[in-house]
Ligand binder design. Structure first.
Ligand code: AQP
Length: 333
């Protein structure tokens, strides 16, 4: 059976991009794959975090996973920092990660462009830690948004280099699984920037915890141009904000973008935004409600995370011992 690893950073409110680009697809995979879903708190500290808020954000992120359909009896849900082998493997993989590739990673470039204070080894090494997250479980598939494809290519390169160096077929080369129409959801304020938790403007994103009024307000204020919805996808190519709203609609409605245009071409955005709001509210409200309910019992969430960490540690620990053996490190054997 193929094995999945995916995760999200507990860096604030999860948003529609996280949901449509990744989370929405995770639940369905539980029936066809062995799934490991982590809350990526080691990644989160690549930018400064308040310790209390981080701990709480780990619980909130875990609650969001469960609310979006992760069944913790089927899938392993855990906090990344509870499995020490992630941090151990990054050191081995770092010896295969070319600096020339790391400097080109868009996430590093985007974040350091916002603040030069973030030009730190941790943020620079972020994609290598992501490679360790995936490879420590020998995952075969990784469901991610389009924005993470570059990081996954690095994972494949590093895994291949390790296998060649030690003449083994140890690590599988993991495949990206990019599903649905919303592989990349863009900011509601600027259709050329991805929707992101760290965007200063809350109006740039729909948070999974937003209520119906907030969702309506944010879509109403979402930037668009004056023209009505076009007839063809080609005409959207030069209209990034319009394109983004059509993409979001299509993903929420589980429709193809061209079918959304067929149904709405010629409509004004004011009307389309109202329909989009109703659709988003109907999809997100049950998740928000379930998250709220789960967060009323943080001890239960902690229990789930401890159980998940036990399962994850058993597999990751076994793999780490095998990796150390291959490399010639002390594995305790
Ligand atoms: N805008 C997006 N469109 C589609 N998919 C997205 N993902 C994130 N943003 C979008 C997918 O969500 C998963 C987890 O992402 P993450 O939280 O670990 O990190 P991120 O990609 O860096 O997300 P943010 O919101 O931009 O966080 P910050 O601002 O904290 O860095 C991934 O599978 C990603 O593809």
């Amino acid at each position: 059976m193929s094995r999945i690893l995916s995760g999200m950073q507990p860096t604030g409110n999860l948003h529609l991009g996280n949901y449509l680009g990744a989370l929405k697809n995770w639940a369905g995979m539980q029936y066809s794959h062995e799934c490991f879903y982590c809350v990526a708190d080691l990644h989160a500290i690549t930018v400064p975090q308040d310790p209390q808020k981080l701990r709480q954000a780990v619980r909130e992120t875990a609650a969001a996973y469960i609310a979006a359909g992760i069944d913790t009896k089927k899938s392993t849900l855990f906090a990344q920092s509870a499995v020490p082998a992630h941090a151990e493997l990054i050191w081995v993989l770092a010896t295969f990660a070319p600096l020339g590739c790391l400097i080109l990673m868009t996430q590093f470039k985007d974040k350091t462009a916002k603040s030069r204070d973030l030009e730190l080894l941790g943020l620079y090494a972020y994609p290598v830690l992501m490679a360790a997250d995936i490879l420590i479980y020998k995952a075969t598939h990784v469901p991610v948004g389009e924005d993470q494809k570059q990081h996954l290519e690095l994972t494949r390169d590093v895994a291949g280099a390790f296998n060649r160096q030690y003449s083994v077929e140890y690590f599988p080369l993991p495949e990206p699984v990019i599903l649905g129409e919303a592989a990349r959801v863009m900011s509601l304020r600027d259709g050329t920037k991805k929707m992101s938790k760290s965007d200063e403007s809350d109006y740039s994103r729909i948070n999974l915890t937003d209520d119906a009024d907030a969702i309506a307000l944010k879509f109403r204020k979402a930037r668009t141009d004056a023209a009505p919805l076009p007839h063809t996808l080609k005409e959207l190519e030069t209209r990034p904000e319009a394109d983004n709203l059509v993409t979001i609609y299509a993903a929420l409605a589980d429709q193809a973008r061209k079918d959304v245009l067929t149904a709405h071409s010629g409509s004004q955005f004011s009307g389309f935004k109202k329909e989009l709001t109703d659709l988003a509210v109907s999809r997100l409200a049950p998740i928000t409600e379930k998250m709220r309910h789960l967060l009323q019992d943080p001890t239960e969430i902690d229990r789930i995370l401890v159980r998940g960490a036990d399962t994850a540690n058993a597999l990751a620990g076994q793999h780490m011992r095998e990796i150390k053996d291959i490399v010639g490190l002390w594995s305790g054997k």
